[in-house]
Each structure stands twice: as C-alpha cells, then as structure tokens.
Design a binder for this molecule. Structure first.
Ligand SMILES: Cc1cc2nc3c(=O)[nH]c(=O)nc-3n(C[C@H](O)[C@H](O)[C@H](O)COP(=O)(O)O)c2cc1C
Length: 193
C-alpha cells in the first residue's frame, strides 16, 4: 500500500533563527496524534539535506504506532519517490520493540512516530572509497538537524538517538541487509511544561 504525502507549505510559523535558538533534545511526548501534514513536513525536511556527489546513500524508515497518525495504520513505512510517498514495509505497532532495541530508552515507545535513518554505504564508497564512509556519517547529521529544526517549527519534540543495537533495530524493522541504521529519531507533541 502506498500513501502519498502532502504538499509542504514553505511559510513556517517561526524563522530559521528562532528554530535554531529553540532547538533542544526533547524526550517526553503527549499521546496526541500527529497529522499527515506533520509527517509530510518532517519527511520533506529529511529529504532536503546535501549529499556527497549526490550519491544519496540514506534511506528513511518511519515507525508509526497504532492511532498515532491521522488516517495511517501502525507499521513500518519506507519513504520513496523523492520522499513524497510512503510504502508499507512491515505491519504492526513496533514501538516497544524499537525502544528495547534502543537500549531500553523507553521514551521511544511513547512517541507516536520514530524515524530511522539507515545508510547503504556502498552507494557512496563505490565512488569515494573509504572516505565515503565519512561522507555518509556526515550526511546523516545533516538530515537529523533538518528534522530537529522542522520539529521546532511545527511545535514538535524530538531527540537524535545513536545508542542502540544495530542488529536489533534492523531486525525490528526488517531492514534489507544493506541498509544499516545510523540514527533513530522519535517525534511527537512535546509533553514538557
Ligand atoms: C551522535 C549523537 C547520539 C545521541 N544519542 C542519544 C541517545 O542515544 N539518547 C538520548 O537520549 N540522546 C542522545 N543524543 C542527544 C544528546 O544527548 C543531546 O543532543 C545533548 O545532551 C545536548 O542537548 P541538546 O540536543 O538539547 O542541545 C545524541 C546526540 C548525538 C549528537
């Protein structure tokens, strides 16, 4: 099943300076559902990062809980077509399993959505050799920062998670062998006062 994402409104509620100034890692999330518009903005932002030699080694997966995003069922989704659509990759609410794979950082299970950014290193190392590994790791930082800033602009909370068992995350999401997870970013409406 394919889900077409929405067109993104480029006039944000806050300036880029405000988003940078306000950005912090936020780890508590309300039970409030996200909208398809939220998801469309976040995925669009993730797709707007620079890529070494335009080799685009990163793949974005979205773990969605039950009753967590308007009109979208629980499951793992893969972003496709220039980050404009989602394709179901695996069904079910896998947030608790994902939290355990992230060394039991249980706030992951409370976020309605988590992004998992994975890399296919070969796309970049084919061109740049070993230095390509460095480029891929730099690139995931660009994507993550875009997601952080977009969250601030939408009034959402997120945190970049690097502490997880790679194989466990890959197993929970049923990732293809060549897609190695680099970052997990839970996203939701902030529950902070
Ligand atoms: C590479 C990297 C890995 C991180 N991994 C985790 C993590 O596993 N769990 C977590 O709660 N925060 C993680 N963070 C977030 C940092 O704890 C956070 O950025 C730092 O405390 C500074 O706070 P700030 O983001 O609010 O400025 C990570 C950040 C980076 C850059």
């Amino acid at each position: 099943m394919r889900i077409k994402l929405e067109e993104v409104d480029k006039k944000g509620a806050i300036s880029v300076e405000e988003a940078i100034a306000r950005r912090r890692s936020r780890r508590s999330f309300k039970r409030t559902k996200l909208t398809k518009k939220h998801l469309s903005h976040l995925i669009w932002s993730a797709g707007k990062a620079p890529s070494a030699g335009a080799t685009y080694p990163l793949e974005l997966y979205v773990v969605i809980g039950a009753d967590c995003v308007e009109d979208i069922d629980a499951g793992v989704y893969h972003t496709e077509r220039g980050y404009s659509q989602l394709e179901v990759h695996k069904e079910g609410d896998l947030r608790t399993e994902l939290a355990y794979a992230c060394l039991s950082q249980m706030f992951v299970a409370h976020a309605p959505v988590s992004f998992v950014i994975a890399a296919e290193y070969e796309r970049t190392t084919r061109r740049y050799g070993d230095r390509g590994v460095r480029y891929v790791l730099i690139e995931v930082g660009h994507v993550s920062q875009n997601v952080y800033l977009q969250c601030e602009a939408l009034g959402l909370a997120t945190v970049a998670i690097g502490a997880f068992h790679d194989d466990a995350v890959a197993r929970v999401l049923n990732l293809p062998r060549q897609h190695r997870p680099l970052y997990v970013m839970p996203v939701g409406v902030s529950a902070e006062k």
